[in-house]
Each structure stands twice: as C-alpha cells, then as structure tokens.
Design a protein. Sequence first.
Length: 144
Amino acid sequence: MVRDFLHDEAFAGEDKTLAKYLKPDLLIVDDMGMKQLPKRSGEYLFEIIMRRYENHATMMTSNRPLEDWGKLIGDVPSATAILDRFLHHAEIITITGRSYRLKDRAGQEAKAAEHDEKTDGAQAQNDVAGKPRSKKKEEATTAA
C-alpha cells in the first residue's frame, strides 16, 4: 500500500491510489509492522484510515504491540491518530502460542523423523540378517 503511494507520488497519481484503497467494503492490511516503513508512510496510512473511518470496514493484522507503532511508522503523531480512529470501534483479537506455520512444520519434521527411524530400523534388521543394503542407502551413508 505504502509502496503504491510512494510510486504514484513520483508520478503525481496519488488520487488514483487513494481511491483504490478507499473503494473496497473491507480493506485488509496484513502483517503491519513487519518492516520499517518509509518516510511519509504515516501520512498515507492516516489518510486511508481517516477516510475509511466509520464508512468502511478495515482489518489489520500485526505481530507488533501497539506501543511500537509510532516507531514502526516513523511518525508518532500519525500513529496516535491512526490508532485513535482505528481502535474506536475495533475488536482486538490477541492470538498467543506457536505459529500455525511452525506448528505444521514441526508435524512434518516429526513424521520425517518417524519415517527415518522405521527405515533405519528395517535396514538394521537387514544388516543383522546379512542382506545387502540398497544402493541409494549405501550412497547416502557413504556421503555422510
């Protein structure tokens, strides 16, 4: 969103970009604060929130505490004004715990480890029985 404004500012197309973000019934700003925002970002974000305030729904996700937004936006007065309007009718949902992405990854890693244990156990039985290892397994063992 901010990049759109910065790009259009250079080409005098700010009104078109602003209209793009004012039009939707629901605007979702995902991962607010993942990166430090460029200068004037607070002004652009404030303009959008101010004009959408009490007219259209806006949803914002962030893993940063509200207290940090002044630093993230780089403009404490704009951040305060944004939060004032944004939080007036807001429903804040705090989610705690592990990331779903990391949770899924941990499950995949556990399955892979379980699979490795089974295949290693089967190979150990083959070794005891004197059966030859598969060529792929032998190459992997040699490479390690």
